[in-house]
Ligand binder design. Structure first.
Ligand SMILES: [Zn+2]
Length: 701
């Protein structure tokens, strides 16, 4: 653009409004080091004056110094500029390489649009533009696009270089504590034996206990401190010591670098619509680079993967609820301790009554309730509780305790190791104090100011030393008192009494459950076709595996033995249901442990086992109903019944209502109508009632 055209573009209405000078430096380093461009931006101000704006009409917006131009979000200055342009307050916007006002195309085009609408001019070092003019607008648009493309290229070039280096395992990334770069840039174990030993202790303790909390507890109990590397600007890379935290243990266990593997791309960050960045961990198969055995480590790659597996298994058992509930009233021993072996949720407890006793059921229903699906699994708990009880009585025995004491010896050994580590802390403090003393001794005493400082420093170091000594002594004495002979005897006597206490009727369910909670951490249950698989995790971390049979449900438990069914089958030939029940009861045969036979039970069993009913059997034998008989004998049905009552006909009960079927004999012995005129009914020959002769023969076996 030439000066002439520039002057033609500036009109009186532009000059009436203000000129906005927008100054931006993207990073704080640029603010400090790139004063050159800042100077160039202020030069623009003089050009605005040359174009006719007076000094007091030029507004400088530089509140975005130190902000990146990649998005307008969080850039107050840029947003103010857009707002003022939109309200028509600006006659001209001045900026160095004006397209860099916004390095994001959409921000830039928005500004252009608004400038065009409000007839605002744009000025950069290359010239003056009127966004209302098509040509100028095209040019400005191109500039914005180029600028964005440039940013993209820059970024991808940087990132590409980084990824290439990462693929070769050569990218230097900040290392976790315990690992360091040596002078040649190779990763080595931090050359500080105390740091190393503490890390080895952490991994060993985890391997032994399988629990991050147990690691923390171990460190706390032994007053062991853990190193942390400062990442900030001040004191960067320095190691400080402090108590070990649970999250720390988890981070360390998840960090593959401790297994000597080089990895890159474990996390992925992305921006959300609010412009905020969130970081997510990726699954291992999506990591950019994994190079096992790339450098020395504290554990092997296999160990690392094993640790991850245990961590995952444990995290499944982290149901929020019911875990730490105090024992409730019911008798179920495992209340609050049961984890579903299918989905890892905590299982809920239900009771159902059977013969006046509460029987527990363990149900995994959380998922089912939340997603409206059927229960994950349902385990009748009767047998489970019995098995747990037996296991406890077995575990808490003098014999097992002997084993425990042997383990205790090992613990003593570990205490010694811990003691050594703690003593190193004292030595470290001693060394620091010596150093401070030396520094103080070597200073020229006339240099009062420095001497005072060094003396104060020495005093402080001495204080730390005496504190470290004190702590060491305390813990040392504590360790010594652990499990002396007296203590052992006390434990032994408790153990001997355990079965007595457990079985004492005065012991409540709640007390029993409390005892269970002292010994058992949790129980994972999985139902198979006929059994329940139990993994019982004890407090110490040991796992007992057990399989118990699923107790029969009410119907199955009541299910009658097949021999009895056979017997009933035989009896139906001769008796009705009620008679069969009486017969069996008389002989002391029972359908289940608690019941006696009744008409209803016999008829249910008959139906359930598809036994032919008595009616059918009699019909098969050719017996006739009263109506059929009446037809045969050419009399009314009622007559048949009367004849039967008087013994003129044979009738067989086929049910307990007294309904019968009748036997049609040879014609000559059948009664005939009007016989009654000759003889009184009562005088006629009575048929013998058919009574079974089989009663004495049948035996149930
Ligand atoms: Zn489940």
């Amino acid at each position: 653009m030439t000066g002439e055209t520039a002057h033609q573009k500036v009109r009186a209405e532009h000059l009436k409004r203000n000129a906005y000078l927008y100054i931006r430096q993207s990073t704080i380093q640029q603010v400090f080091h790139n004063t050159e461009s800042t100077r160039r931006q202020y030069d623009l101000r003089r050009r605005a004056v040359a174009l006719g704006w007076t000094d007091d009409h030029i507004i400088v917006i530089d509140s975005d110094l130190g902000q990146s131009g990649a998005s307008a979000k969080d850039r107050e200055g840029f947003q103010r500029l857009v707002a003022d342009v939109g309200m028509g307050k600006a006659g001209i916007v001045l900026g160095l390489e004006v397209s860099r006002l916004a390095r994001n195309s959409s921000d830039w085009h928005r500004l252009l649009e608004i400038c065009a609408l409000t007839e605002t001019l744009i000025l950069d070092e290359d010239g003056l533009y009127d966004p209302g003019h098509f040509n100028d607008r095209l040019l400005l648009g191109m500039k914005g696009t180029m600028s964005e493309a440039e940013l993209h290229m820059l970024r991808s070039r940087l990132r590409g270089g980084m990824l290439n280096k990462a693929s070769r395992g050569e990218l230097q990334v900040p290392l976790p504590v315990g690992l360091s770069y040596d002078v040649s840039g190779k990763v080595v174990l931090t050359p500080d034996s105390q740091v190393q030993e503490v890390l080895y202790t952490l991994f060993k303790t985890y391997e032994r206990t399988g629990s991050a909390s147990a690691v923390v507890k171990h460190f706390n109990k032994n007053a062991l401190e853990f190193p942390r590397r400062i990442r900030g600007q001040i004191n960067k890379g320095k190691t400080v010591w402090g108590p070990l935290m649970h999250t720390r243990v988890l981070h360390i266990l998840h960090n593959p670098r401790y297994a000597g593997a080089f990895v890159y791309g474990r996390m992925k960050s992305h921006k959300n619509a609010n412009g905020k960045t969130s970081v997510n961990a990726l699954p291992m198969d999506q990591w950019h680079t994994i190079i096992p055995d790339a450098h020395p480590g504290y554990i092997t790659w296999e160990q690392y993967n094993d640790n991850l597996k245990t961590l995952r298994a444990c995290s499944q058992a982290y149901g929020k609820d019911r875990r730490n509930h105090p024992p409730g009233r019911g008798p179920a021993l495992l209340q609050g301790l049961v984890v579903c072996g299918v989905c890892g949720q905590r299982m809920t407890l239900r009771y159902h009554g059977r013969n006046g006793i509460l029987v527990p059921d363990y149900v995994c229903q959380r998922h089912g309730i939340e997603y409206g699906k059927p229960h994950c699994q349902h385990i009748p708990g009767g047998n489970v509780d019995k098995a747990i009880e037996q296991l406890l009585l077995e575990l808490v025995k003098p014999v097992t305790l002997e084993v425990a004491f042997t383990v205790q010896m090992e613990v003593q050994q570990r205490l010694k190791e811990a003691d050594k580590l703690r003593y190193q802390k004292v030595q470290r403090a001693q060394y620091q104090a010596d150093l401070a003393r030396e520094r103080f001794m070597n200073i020229d005493p006339r240099n009062r100011l420095v001497a005072d400082q060094l003396e104060a420093d020495w005093n402080e170091k001495l204080r730390v030393l005496s504190q470290a000594r004190e702590e060491y002594e305390q813990q040392h004495n504590l360790d010594k008192t652990k499990l002396d002979k007296q203590c052992r005897e006390k434990i032994m006597s408790l153990v001997k009494n355990f079965p007595k206490v457990w079985n004492d009727p005065a012991t409540t369910d709640q007390q029993r459950k409390r005892m269970v909670k002292l010994i058992i951490e949790d129980v994972t249950m999985k139902r198979t076709a006929k059994n329940v698989d139990l993994d019982i995790r004890l407090k110490g971390g040991a796992v007992h595996h057990m399989t118990v049979a699923i107790p029969l449900n009410a119907w199955q438990a009541r299910k009658t033995k097949p021999e009895i069914i056979d017997e009933i089958d035989k009896l139906i030939d001769h008796f009705t249901d009620e008679e069969i029940a009486e017969n069996l009861n008389r002989r002391g045969i029972k359908p289940s442990e608690s019941e006696e036979f009744s008409r209803i039970i016999v008829s249910r069993l008959r139906r359930e086992n598809n036994l032919k009913c008595r009616y059918e059997r009699l019909r098969e034998r050719g017996l006739l109903t009263a109506d059929e008989m009446a037809k045969e004998l050419n009399v009314a049905s009622i007559t048949i019944k009367i004849w039967r009552r008087h013994g003129l006909l044979k009738g067989y009960k086929y049910n307990d209502k007294g309904e019968r079927l009748f036997e049609l004999g040879p014609k000559e012995i059948m009664p005939v109508k009007s016989q009654g005129l000759k003889y009184k009914l009562s005088e006629r020959t009575k048929y013998e009632e058919l009574v079974s002769h089989a009663t004495n023969e049948v035996q149930v076996e």
